[in-house]
Design a protein. Sequence first.
Length: 364
Amino acid sequence: MFDFFDFVTLDDGERPVLALVEHLRGERPLDKLVRAFVRRRGQVRFIDAGEPDVPFAETGTPTWDGLPLDRYLSVLDLLNPMHRLWSDGRWNKLATAHGCYWRKCSFCDVGLDYIARYEPLPARALVDRIEAVLAETGQTGFHFTDEAAPPAALRALAAELRRRKLAISWWGNVRFEKAFTPELCRELADSGCIAVSGGLEAASDRLLKLMNKGVTVAQAARAAKAFADAGILVHAYLMYGFPTQTVGETVDALETVRQLFAEGCLHSGYFHRFACTVHSPVGRRPEAFGGTLIPLPPGPFAKNDIGFADPAGTDLDALGRGLRKALYNFMHGVGLDADVRSWFDFAAPRPTVKRGSVARALGR
């Protein structure tokens, strides 16, 4: 790498790049760089003077000045409704905060600064940035890139957009919390919210507790339905292969997801295969999650993904094929009355989740 690059910096770039610029101007010695890798005399060194990061409220508004925005391609995913939004390059990117306000999920890199350091931006400052980006790009669509935006922050954003009479379209990530009531979701839709993504993960109360998600399946169903009833597209991040997750629990998860689509709670979803990272609670304390780590081979640079040996011994490849096939059909309204075992190419166990469970959670 260092045959091609002089410096590599980690995490948020403002403070490291400012320090690097000062060094290149001769105003700062090499040993006072911030979170920077550099090669000297054939050896790669990591240097960190430990200076605090620039506060999120002081980082300023992103600028695309000089970029030929009208010449960028948008390669649209035609199969997944939410992926169509992700792959459209015309969305302006902003964040309502730095980091994650929850920062407890056991599969997440909660030990890293981009998650752990939570700094919300006041609604007025955020809408100031929206107005500045609007004036520069002429694009009225905004993607808020937060790990998850809290309900109170989104309510304040909606109120400020209405106060300034700004007409934009926006979408982003949320947690399916009970605070997302039908009333709040209607307020968000009125302010321009067109879509949200939220983590339902393994769609199992046992596993959601083990993941430290702080939500239940029933709670997530009610929040998702509130968004959907407000005319907002709802996408679910789903997960399989989490430590100790059995084949039966995965089949149960698919049955729950089937019911969520059938009840109009979800429009889109994607099953991600669990990956263990060294900065997550699972990676730091694998024994607490019923597994062991497979050591990384030695290497000259950082690696985050690490192998995880799960005693459940599940054939994740076979499960993944069935989950993907089922979800593709659910998103197109196909197979919503079928037995979920039919999507797998092996003899899957009968689901223990009762039919009508989601309907009952919705009070029907």
